[in-house]
Write a protein that binds this ligand. Structure first.
Ligand SMILES: CC(C)(COP(=O)(O)OP(=O)(O)OC[C@H]1O[C@@H](n2cnc3c(N)ncnc32)[C@H](O)[C@@H]1OP(=O)(O)O)[C@@H](O)C(=O)NCCC(=O)NCCS
Length: 169
C-alpha cells in the first residue's frame, strides 16, 4: 500500500494520541512511554486545529490506508531572537520501520521549514545510540555539534543525546 503524507486535521486527534501510545511502548527513544503524551482529546484537537493553517508550525501524519503509521512535526521558535530556528520530531511505528517513511516525513518537514516557515537553522536532540535516526538525519546533512549528557533518565539510567543541526541557507 502506498504511504500518504498530509497535514493532520483536528479529526485525527484521537488516532494521533493512540499512535503516541503505540510508539511510546515500542521504543525508549521518545520522551514518553506506553502511556503516550497524556493530554486530553480536547487539548489535542485544539492543538492540531491551531496548526492546520500555520506557516510556522506543522504536524504531518503518514497513513497506510486509514491507519496512521508515522508522524512528523516542525515548530519554529517564537521568541524574536530565536525565530530563525526551529526543531522537529519524528516517529514511525515499528511495523513500518526501514521502508522510507521517516525519509519522506523528513523531506516534507525540511521543505516546510525552508520554504514556508523560512527557518535558517533546524536543530534536534537524538539518543546517541539511536543509529537509524542518526543515519537518517546525517543523510539530510545534519551534523553533530555536541553531546547532552543525561538528557533522559530511563528506568533510573541517564541517557546521553547528540545535539545536531542543519543550516538551510
Ligand atoms: C528513527 C525513525 C523515525 C526512522 O524511521 P524509518 O521510517 O525507519 O526511516 P527510513 O526507513 O526512511 O530510514 C531509516 C534509515 O536508517 C537505516 N538504518 C536502520 N537501522 C540502522 C542501524 N542500526 N544503523 C545505521 N542505519 C540504520 C536504514 O537503512 C535507513 O537508511 P537508508 O535510507 O540510507 O537505507 C524510526 O525508526 C522511529 O520512529 N523510531 C522510534 C522513534 C524515534 O527514534 N524517533 C526519533 C527520535 S529523535
Amino acid at each position: 500500500m502506498e504511504i500518504k503524507i498530509e497535514r493532520a486535521k483536528a479529526a485525527d486527534a484521537k488516532a494521533i494520541l493512540d499512535f503516541t501510545k503505540v510508539c511510546g511502548g515500542e521504543t525508549d527513544n521518545l520522551s514518553f512511554g506506553e502511556k503516550g503524551i497524556q493530554i486530553s482529546l480536547e487539548e489535542e484537537e485544539q492543538y492540531i486545529a491551531s496548526l492546520e493553517n500555520s506557516d510556522k508550525n506543522v504536524f504531518y501524519v503518514a497513513r497506510d490506508g486509514e491507519e496512521i503509521v508515522g508522524t512528523g512535526s516542525f515548530s519554529a521558535f517564537q521568541q524574536e531572537r530565536m525565530a530563525h530556528r526551529g526543531e522537529f520530531g519524528i516517529s514511525v511505528r515499528k511495523s513500518h520501520w526501514n521502508r522510507g517513511i521517516g525519509t519522506k516525513l523528513l523531506e516534507k518537514i525540511l521543505d516546510f521549514a525552508k520554504n514556508t516557515a523560512e527557518a535558517e537553522i533546524v536543530s534536534l536532540e537524538v539518543r546517541s545510540d539511536n543509529k537509524s535516526a542518526i543515519h537518517l538525519y546525517s543523510k539530510f546533512g545534519f551534523e553533530k555539534i555536541g553531546t547532552f549528557r543525561g538528557y533522559f533518565k530511563v528506568n533510573g539510567e541517564l541517557v546521553d543525546f547528540d545535539i545536531m543541526e542543519l543550516f538551510l541557507k
